[in-house]
Design a protein around this ligand. Structure first.
Ligand SMILES: [Mg+2]
Length: 226
């Protein structure tokens, strides 16, 4: 068979609770609160937004905008330095062994390796460097000419159907067939992208994704103890 006729494939990986055994958003929030960077009032407001979101009374873009609001005017390099220290002390150890093994299997198969996450580049560029993954698709925050965060971000957020938007754009640029590609995720919120690729995997799935994956016959794996 002529190898030039084989469509190029990518392996996309969700990060929180998939390649990482923890949710980095929650870990960042707890780290900031422990350091006194987040007031009780801000904590309560964030909890309220997340509760409204879980009740489907707010969409993810609205919640993302609310979470970013307090960062308006803050220097991106200051945030980057804080994330670096936090990543080294609290996050890198949570990159799971079975996730690393999956990355290496796809590298050996010649697939493009891509992180596909709703999180920030501040953190996920570091996770990507640690795993030697060349591409990061994430929610990109806006930075103004002075190097400060504007509190806004590029739409759509890289979440839910937003992941499909950014993965399709990536696939066009790199000549990738999504039908021949792979995606690993723990969350039912990733259903649109799991359905978009030819090879979906449910990793440490939440109960809703577990039921859905079983009904579809998708592989289900537990990476959380590795
Ligand atoms: Mg996740």
């Amino acid at each position: 068979m002529d190898p030039s006729h084989t469509p190029r494939a990518a392996a996309f990986f969700d990060v929180d609770c998939t390649l990482l055994s923890i949710n980095s958003g929650r870990a960042w929030f707890e780290y900031q609160r422990a350091r006194g960077e987040i007031s009780v009032w801000m904590s309560l407001r964030s909890v309220m937004w997340l509760a409204l979101y879980r009740l489907s009374l707010l969409d993810y873009d609205t919640v993302t905008a609310k979470v970013l609001e307090p960062y308006r005017g803050v220097s991106a390099s200051k945030v980057d330095g804080e994330v670096q220290a936090w990543y080294e002390a609290h996050i890198e150890a949570h990159v799971c062994a079975r996730g690393k093994a999956a990355v290496e299997r796809h590298r050996a198969a010649g697939h493009e390796l891509v992180l596909l996450t709703s999180g920030s580049r501040f953190l996920n560029a570091r996770v990507a460097a640690h795993l030697n993954i060349p591409h990061v698709l994430c929610t990109e925050v806006q930075v103004d000419e002075s190097g400060a965060l504007t509190g806004d971000y590029e739409r759509p957020a890289c979440y839910g159907a937003g992941k499909v938007h950014w993965a399709e754009e990536f696939a066009r640029r790199h000549g990738i067939s999504l039908a021949h590609s792979h995606f690993y995720s723990d969350s039912f919120s990733d259903r649109p992208m799991l359905e978009r690729v030819g090879h979906p995997y449910a990793i440490n799935p939440d109960p809703r994704l577990k039921r859905f994956a079983r009904a579809r016959g998708w592989p289900i794996e537990d990476w959380s103890q590795s």
